[in-house]
Design a protein around this ligand. Structure first.
Ligand SMILES: *Cc1c(COP(=O)(O)O)cnc(C)c1O
Length: 415
């Protein structure tokens, strides 16, 4: 029978319904996990723009709302109204469920996903580090509504109670350095609290937070899932079926669904996720390694690449430089490090001017696209060192990115 019958279990296994008993790789899942929803002869998904869908013609097949289970599976193949579900973003979620090893629910933005996570868990306390400033804005909303209290990420475990949340962003904004997920999962669970991991900076295949004890995995899909700087969306994934059902029900009333066009663009982007992320990760790690080695070079000859780099650049931050953490980090990120890193310059003026001297890096916020971006981070985040720039490495050839940076350093120190 084709397509095969759809079950929730079939959504998040490394197997495809069409190839039972056979584990398949991430790219194969990216291209085929949604085959079960392909009900037209088109090879690439059609763009569905409808907000409302006809009920079945057969009166026997009409299920009144009160008889629906309210679960996600009710709406996978038969859609009613696009605030509940729609074909394009359902395909997007189906692929992501297969990639994230949990049931994926999509939202209109990363922050609306985080908002939905807090609505689900409604913690009294949340332990959180610096990380992405927008998540703190969502917490402030909750503090206003519910009195939610913020605790330091490294607060003593005793300060957490059952139902509280540790929110761990790793790799973390803006540095791109990593925290040990397993350690925070153990801490949360020892108190009956939950661990949310914001894994935006390490999309599949780089890191699987469920493997280390995460209860809820969050992504700003506006970054690597969209991957081309043209889709705003967010994703939650969970292996807890009660939670996924509740998240799905809640979203109907939060109203924060992805748009139809975004769902289509997102599906299109996921087809290339693994190859994009692998190349981005290699590019970033090569670039970081070159910069780091240039800073370590003893007595570089005057005006050499290493010399101008040392004069302009103070420090480089990235998971690949966490040598003392390798024993756990290489297990947590077995397929490469994240494509974002940060640098600090020797002077604030250098940081302000660096983007204007670069040809290939565009000066813009956000990350995760195919183009290389750099941001003088103080432009959008009030909490950071004003000498810091965040780099989102793109798909350009990394040697060209290095040359661009060195040329810019040279222009800065000469000028
Ligand atoms: C961008 C980002 C968010 C917020 O996502 P939006 O899609 O912009 O709402 C959350 N966490 C991290 C780590 C991010 O980079």
């Amino acid at each position: 029978m084709y397509p095969p019958p759809l079950t929730v279990e079939s959504l998040f296994t490394p197997q495809l319904a069409m190839l039972p008993g056979q584990d398949v790789g991430a790219s194969t899942r990216s291209l085929h996990a949604d085959d079960i929803l392909n009900v037209v002869p088109d090879v690439t998904p059609p763009i569905h723009v409808a907000t409302t869908f006809r009920y079945p013609d057969d009166p026997e097949k009409l299920t009144p709302a009160a008889e629906l289970t309210g679960g996600y599976e009710d709406n996978k193949t038969s859609h009613v109204y696009s605030r509940l579900s729609a074909p394009n973003f359902t395909r997007f979620e189906t692929i992501l469920s297969a990639l994230l090893n949990g049931e994926a629910i999509s939202y209109s933005s990363g922050l609306s996903a985080f908002h939905a996570a807090l609505v689900l868990l409604n913690p009294r306390r949340i332990s959180i580090g610096n990380g992405y400033h927008g998540c703190h804005g969502v917490i402030d909303l909750f503090t206003r509504l519910t009195g939610l209290q913020k605790l330091d990420l490294n607060c003593p475990a005793e300060q957490l109670e059952a139902g509280d949340v540790i929110h761990l962003e790793t790799p973390v904004n803006p540095e791109g350095t990593s925290f040990k997920i397993e350690e925070y999962a153990k801490k949360a669970h020892s108190r009956g609290a939950y661990l949310i991991v914001d894994a935006t900076f390490a999309p599949p295949p780089l890191q699987d937070p469920f493997k280390w004890g995460a209860d809820l995995v969050m992504h700003s899909g506006s970054k690597y899932f969209g991957g081309h700087g043209d889709v705003l969306c967010g994703v939650l994934a969970t292996q807890n079926k009660e939670w996924s059902r509740q998240l799905f029900k809640d979203r109907v009333f939060l109203g924060s669904v992805m748009g139809n066009m975004e769902g289509w663009l997102g599906t299109r982007s996921l087809r290339t996720l693994e190859v994009r992320v692998q190349r981005l990760s290699q590019n970033a790690t090569n670039l970081v390694s070159w910069l780091h080695n240039a800073l370590q070079t003893q007595n570089p000859s005057a005006d050499s690449d290493e010399d101008v780099t040392q004069k302009a650049l103070k420090e480089v931050f990235h998971s690949s430089l966490q040598k003392s953490d390798e024993s756990w980090l290489l297990k947590q990120m077995p397929n490469g490090f994240g494509p974002v890193f940060s640098i600090t310059m020797n002077e604030e003026e250098y940081a302000r001017k660096l983007p204007s001297k670069l040809a290939l890096f565009q000066h813009a916020t956000s990350l995760g696209g195919v183009e290389s971006l750099i941001e003088w981070r103080t432009m959008s985040d009030t909490t950071v060192d004003r000498r810091l720039l965040r780099v989102s490495v793109g798909l350009e050839n990394w040697e060209d990115l290095r040359n661009d940076m060195v040329n810019a350093f040279r222009a800065l120190v000469k000028g």
